[in-house]
Design a protein around this ligand. Structure first.
Ligand code: ADQ
Length: 502
């Protein structure tokens, strides 16, 4: 079996301690790496005065983790700059917050080159390489330039924006062209796939969707939707753990048996927290009789706090929650409890389980795992109701949630009212469908679908040598390959992977 190399900006060491402190994605990738005796490569999270390319190698829980330090200027230009001030806001439809700075673009290119130079010597001929997220879009191009011929796949965790937004990015052509150095490009939802295809078919001359994939810039890549899931079995187990039960009891006692509405998000403007508070405020204003029976808990740990947009939204949320509490609170009740702490996963599971409503209202989100965790944590005999933004990728799968437009405080308020009043039989009926979905389309299914598709990604191409009439063969990608997958690895694609070109 091929070895799997996973590359992401940050690497989370699997603790293996079973205390639920490692995220579902990290656990799943760690499990994938164990199965494939693989390697996880990324930034250490540390900076040094000058880039050395020195690799820190560690083995944890059967997984080899290789990290590299970056320079302070890399952190500013690549991570805080191009990744988090340019691509993140643009891909989340916040053109108003998108910064276009030449130095950011240069830093982004430099770090991707440095990653490639550090990683390339570690890659063996049969390895599969799986690169994650918007920080590393040009990494395959850099690896190809160094002669790496392996199958390389890319998965974008955030949305792919609409064509008209994408073209506002200086250098968008070059960025998109670099995606054609991958054998497989995966998105969270069919909508993102469609937006990507529309961009390519409009912007790249002679581009077409063919049997073998999306063809542009003289190359072909497979494109598909691979909706990410959670480790549902593990989260269900965590929700029944002692810690979850204790947290549940504390929540129940502290809410004085009021109905709890819960939101859990990184503090990020894409998560729609201000709009959520506004929706809850509308609910309070419209429903004086229900007011004192409810309580909203918003957990929002700080993230990317050195980026100004994040400092600003933090200040606005402090003031908004203060204002709403000031207006509606009583001596024994505050409508909003707003905390910026990080919790263990088993504690979070207890919080979700204690809530009547999970309020997940991002303005844009690639998927949103909180929605899925909320479903996993519920008591099957008395589940809470998920209220979910139509702009979360998860809305494509979790259709039994109450779907809302987060821009409308009225819709949020209405959905809250409906959720709080919903009778048990309807709650159970809705929850069962949601639950089946998160259990079936879990993180293992996601990982297997992607790895299988990557393994078979050169299968349908018309044989070795490969130059299609009138188009340029890619020397590395199209080389006659000893990497053709074995028959066993070429299993049928699961229904969750929707394809372009096959
Ligand atoms: P994120 O934007 O980080 O991920 P999300 O999918 O919701 O968003 O995942 C957040 C994770 O952080 C969840 O597992 C949640 O439990 C955890 N978390 C949040 N608040 C926490 C707290 N206070 N304490 C502890 N844990 C907390 C990006 C994309 C998403 C996509 C994922 C995975 O933006 O759209 O779903 O990647 O692909």
């Amino acid at each position: 079996m091929s070895r799997l190399i996973v590359v992401s900006n940050r690497v989370t060491l699997p603790s293996g301690s079973g205390d639920g402190s490692v995220g579902g994605l990290a656990m799943a990738l760690a499990a994938a790496l164990r199965e494939y005796s693989g390697l996880w490569f990324g930034w250490s999270g540390k900076t040094t005065p000058a880039f050395t390319g020195h690799l820190n190698l560690q083995r944890a829980d059967g997984v080899t983790v290789a990290t590299v330090d970056l320079e302070e200027v890399d952190l500013q230009e690549y991570y805080n700059g191009y990744a988090n001030k340019t691509l993140w806001p643009l891909f989340h439809y916040r053109q108003d917050l998108t910064a276009y700075d030449r130095a950011f673009g240069e830093g982004y290119a430099r770090v991707n080159r440095r990653f490639a130079e550090t990683l390339a010597p570690l890659i063996e001929p049969d390895d599969l390489v799986w690169i994650h997220d918007y920080h590393l879009i040009p990494l395959a191009r850099e690896l190809r330039a160094l002669g790496v011929q392996n199958r390389i796949g890319f998965f974008l965790h955030i949305p792919w924006p609409a064509h008209q937004l994408m073209v506002t990015l200086p250098g968008h052509r070059q960025l998109v062209e670099s995606l054609f150095d991958y054998d497989l490009v995966g998105f969270q939802t069919p909508e993102h796939v469609q937006a990507f295809e529309e961009y390519v078919l409009t912007e790249a001359q002679g581009a077409r969707v063919g049997r073998e994939g999306l063809r542009a810039h003289g190359r072909t890549t497979r494109v598909g939707a691979f909706p990410i899931g959670i480790d549902a079995a593990d989260f269900i187990r965590l929700a029944q753990s002692e810690t979850a039960q204790r947290t549940y009891d504390v929540m129940k006692a502290h809410t004085a048996f009021r109905k709890l509405i819960v939101g859990v998000d990184r503090l990020d403007y894409s998560k729609g927290l201000e709009e959520r508070f506004a929706g809850f405020e509308r609910f309070l204003a419209d429903n004086p009789d229900l007011r004192r029976e409810t309580l909203m808990l918003q957990i929002a740990p700080l993230s990317r706090d050195s980026v100004e947009a994040y400092q600003e939204i933090r200040a606005r949320l402090d003031s908004l929650s203060g204002r709403i509490n000031g207006e509606y609170a009583d001596i024994d009740w505050n409508p909003i409890r707003y905390v910026n702490k990080t919790y263990r996963r088993d504690e979070l599971a207890g919080v979700y389980r204690a809530a009547q409503v999970g309020l997940v209202t991002p303005m844009r989100d690639g998927m949103n795992l909180v929605a899925k965790e909320f479903v996993a944590a519920q008591d099957p005999a008395d589940p809470g109701v998920l209220v979910l933004s139509r702009f979360a990728g998860a809305a494509d799968q979790l259709r039994q949630a109450l779907i809302v437009n987060p821009n409308s405080p009225e819709e949020i308020a209405e959905a809250l009212k409906r959720a709080l009043a919903m009778d048990r039989s309807e709650r159970i009926a809705r929850w069962r469908v949601l639950h089946d979905n998160i259990v079936t389309e879990d993180v293992t299914a996601w990982r297997d679908a992607f790895v299988r598709a990557l393994t078979g990604s050169r299968d349908a191409l018309p044989g070795p040598g490969l130059a299609v009439h009138g188009e340029q063969a890619h020397p590395a990608r199209d080389a006659p390959s000893r990497l053709y997958p074995d028959a066993q690895a070429r299993g049928a694609l699961p229904p969750m992977a929707r394809w372009t070109g096959v």
